[in-house]
Design a protein around this ligand. Structure first.
Ligand SMILES: Cc1cc2nc3c(=O)[nH]c(=O)nc-3n(C[C@H](O)[C@H](O)[C@H](O)COP(=O)(O)OP(=O)(O)OC[C@H]3O[C@@H](n4cnc5c(N)ncnc54)[C@H](O)[C@@H]3O)c2cc1C
Length: 322
């Protein structure tokens, strides 16, 4: 099988967790298929940091210092050139919005097949196939590729391997960026607010949706989560609106959680949200609409205005805790 190239995103001298998952997955598949897994890093990456990707199983790291990190089109230029020169058959991304954007551009550039939101990759008859859940995660579709394949994981789908002592060979590549790739410039990069909150590990989640009415509505969820010793989660509608960080989104295109208690406030219960928390032990919903779909799968449903109920609940929990 032809080799696999994985993209490793970095920020402030460390690789992104999902990228390390993608690099590890590429190495696992290459070992199974009898080919090599390589990685690509963009921008200012030290020799030591680049070579450290060998800890996760890749044998070679291509480093392109000429391109800016964090923008999709320059990375498409770099990866397309490396794959054409090296004969790589597959590109693999750990997930995330940047991976989606680069992967889509790369598929168009190379006339390759692309699969997003992938949860498992297998070697079948010497080629890669990718599985992705469809129809609100009720079915799984399997993609195979006529020629080249671009595989983009769902967030957290690929496990990061335990690091070994191996280091990778680092090869600097110089790439002529397309004119259109240099139109956008990076103004600033930063970590998302809330990135440090362990949503997946929390045993109590207070989730807020559009029914909170405005970004400040999340203060009600935060107060209750604080009283309960839990964390705050959100729906896609509100993270897309910029009310709360993307890192807290639960659902098909967000995180999957299974806490002891999932309390949903002002959330309608769309299937794409439900698939992210349906395995929670107890589901409590507060919604002013008694016909809201979320009541169909709640253990306890409260019909009413969250602006009245949440503060009372918070006071009651605080009073109980003394
Ligand atoms: C491909 C795709 C992927 C998606 N992935 C996701 C995903 O990962 N996660 C996700 O969450 N969504 C996802 N969505 C979006 C999803 O379909 C819904 O649009 C979204 O979940 C709705 O969010 P919401 O419940 O906050 O808003 P709404 O559907 O607008 O619901 C708001 C609810 O608040 C209630 N309400 C209003 N005021 C009050 C009040 N004062 N007190 C109590 N209740 C009140 C209303 O009755 C209503 O039920 C996806 C959609 C698509 C097409």
């Amino acid at each position: 099988m032809s080799d696999i190239l994985a993209y490793a995103l970095h920020y402030e001298g460390a690789f992104n967790k999902n990228s390390l998952g993608g690099v590890s997955e590429a190495a696992r598949l290459a070992a199974e298929a009898g080919c090599e897994a390589h990685a690509v890093v963009i921008g200012d990456v030290s020799d030591e940091l680049a070579a450290s990707l060998g800890n996760y199983g890749v044998t070679k790291v291509f480093r392109c210092k000429d391109a800016p990190e964090g923008l999709a089109q320059p990375v498409v230029d770099v990866m397309a050139q490396i794959m054409d020169a090296g004969g790589h058959g597959y590109a693999l991304f750990g997930g995330g919005l940047l991976g989606f954007e680069i992967g889509a551009g790369l598929a168009a550039r190379l006339n390759a097949g692309v699969t997003m939101e992938v949860t498992a990759v297998n070697v079948v008859d010497g080629k890669l196939t990718a599985e992705r859940p469809i129809h609100g995660d009720s079915q799984v579709s399997t993609s195979s590729y006529k020629d080249r394949g671009i595989i983009i994981g769902r967030l957290n789908a690929f496990e990061t391997a335990a690091p070994s002592d191996s280091v990778a060979e680092v090869e600097d590549v110089s790439v002529q960026l397309s004119e259109f790739s240099t139109k956008a410039t990076m103004v600033t990069r930063g970590e998302q607010r809330g990135e440090d909150v362990d949503i997946e590990g929390a045993s109590i989640l207070v989730a807020g949706g559009r029914g909170l009415g405005k970004p400040e509505g999340f203060e009600l969820c935060e107060a209750l989560a604080d009283a309960l010793g839990g964390a705050v989660a959100a729906t896609r509608a509100v993270v897309d609106a910029g009310w709360y960080p993307y890192s807290t989104q639960i659902g098909q295109t967000g995180k999957t959680v299974s806490p002891k208690l999932y309390l949903a406030a002002g959330i309608s219960g769309a299937i794409q949200h439900k698939v992210g928390f349906q395995s929670s032990e107890n589901i409590v919903a507060i919604n002013k609409d008694s016909n809201a779909p979320i009541f169909e799968y709640s253990d306890l449903g409260i019909v009413g205005d969250l602006n009245k109920i949440l503060p009372k609940l918070t006071d009651a929990v605080r009073a109980k805790k003394g």
